[in-house]
Design a protein around this ligand. Sequence first.
Ligand SMILES: Nc1ncnc2c1ncn2[C@@H]1O[C@H](COP(=O)(O)OP(=O)(O)OP(=O)(O)O)[C@@H](O)[C@H]1O
Length: 597
Amino acid sequence: MKANAEEQDRGKKGLSVITALRRMWELVAKDRLVIFLAFASLLFAALSEVSIPHFLTASIFSAQTHESMTFYRNAKLLVLLCFISGICSGLRGCCFGIANMMLVRRMREMLYDSLLFQDVSFLDNETVGDLTSRLGSDCQQVSRVIGNDLNLISRNLLQATGALIYLFILSWRLTLSTLLICTALLTIVLFYGRYQKKAAKLTQELTASANEVAQEALSLFRTVRVYGTEKQEFGRYVNWLERLSEVSLRQSVAYGYCSLSFNFLYHSTQVIAVLVGGISILSGQMTAEQLTKFILYSEWMIYSTWWVGDNWSSLMQSIGASEKVFELMDLLPSNQFLSEGLKLQKLVGHIDFVDVSFSYPSRSMVPVLKQVNLSIHPNEVVAIIGLSGSGKSTLLNLLLRLFEPTNGQILVDGVPLSDLDIKWLRQNIGYVGQEPRLFRMDISSNIRYGCPREVGREEVEWAAKQAYAHEFISALPNGYGTLVDDTLLSGGQKQRIAIARAILRDPTILILDEATSALDAESEYYVKEVLRTMQNSSSRKRTIFVIAHRLSTIQAADRIIVMDGGRIVEMGKHMELIQKDGLYARLVRRQADAFAC
Ligand SMILES: Nc1ncnc2c1ncn2[C@@H]1O[C@H](COP(=O)(O)OP(=O)(O)OP(=O)(O)O)[C@@H](O)[C@H]1O
């Protein structure tokens, strides 16, 4: 409890600059050579740049006093300094750019890796739009830290320090006035930086929400069109944009105040320098050359101070954006990936649900499964039916270990599911979900997707034939090489590809979740045939679960399980259940009536 409270407290305060920079350093430390080279070239470039005004003024005044030797020496040094600063600046930019690229790449890699290994329930609390926004714009914003912010802060700090030392040598009195002005400027810019950090966090959140709304509407484009809600969706998006504009407006006003202060203070330095310096020249305490150098270096210093502050506020924005990214990166992977687990020599396909109860983490008070007891024999074909929401898919989700039972346990070949190597088990399960989704790749790759072994073209075609998908695939312009995505094929075609994908794995356990619901009557007949072939195949037997609303498919099962309100209420063969005249018989009658109508 205490640790939790501390964590929350830290979350509220936000990430400190040091902690954020340390985290970023850990990400790029492998390539520290590039970073050292970047800082070394930054040092040389800054030192040579800060020396240029001195030699520039010295050259001009030595020419005016006809000291040709001094003039040529200064001019040569000036050329050399220009070369050094040019080469080192180029090297600095290149090295910081590389470091930047490495930082953003590793950040995205680690964030994506962390997201992919979360529990399935993680997505109940986070939205896809928000997460892709973290991966995209937030990581991009953080990438400015090394290549831009730190680079420019260090460069300007070095130059300001060099200029300050030089100014003190020239006139400590004048320097104190410049220093006072710089301190005022820095205070203003630092306050502005703090404000920017907060504004950046808010901007990230609002951008993520806007993304989320747009992603939702675009992915449900057909629904939006059919219901004519384009204007409504546009309004939802614009609502977030308006809030974003308000924040940007406030940011712009703050920036305006900051620029105004800079201009005022900058010109004050010049006026003070000319007034005090002019009096000093008149009284013979200073030469015109010294005053020129002073004005050049004080300008340099005030500009550097401004840039340090400006880059500091940009750094604050980046750190603001990094908070949620690091938070997500720090999430521990799902327990399933933490331990190795057992791999059985051979999976037989005997499954026991023992007193299994379950409620979804996002609705922990609502029981979805209540003390389910069920024993499935190897090679048995089990059909699960029941009213919508009775818990059929949930039961099979638990077998796939997408969620853990709240109570009770599931045994596979007598071994608790939680003790098994889940990756190995899933390799032995073929799964066709309620709404099979296809990846944006060719059909052949879609069928091969996730297959644990190398498969050739013949095997892919064989699986497609088994799923009665070969014919329509061959009729496509590029056959198995046709690029598809989730929208290009009909529901039934997508389901047949998903069935081919499941068959290709040669699974011991096959799960078809409403696999026939999107198929036409002819395809449904073929799928029934697939089930029958698999059941009767002499070489390979499988335990098969089918959730289907079409009773014609279910009748072929060895056993029918009827669920209601998270419990198994009936179990048996078709005829037995019809004679029992319970829920199953009612469902059959209801479907028969529906067809008669
Ligand atoms: N991720 C989730 N978070 C919270 N509740 C959920 C989640 N998924 C499903 N539920 C709830 O669990 C209950 C059982 O859902 P389930 O999908 O298992 O039913 P089903 O019998 O397969 O229904 P259908 O035949 O309509 O697919 C439903 O009340 C549903 O609202």
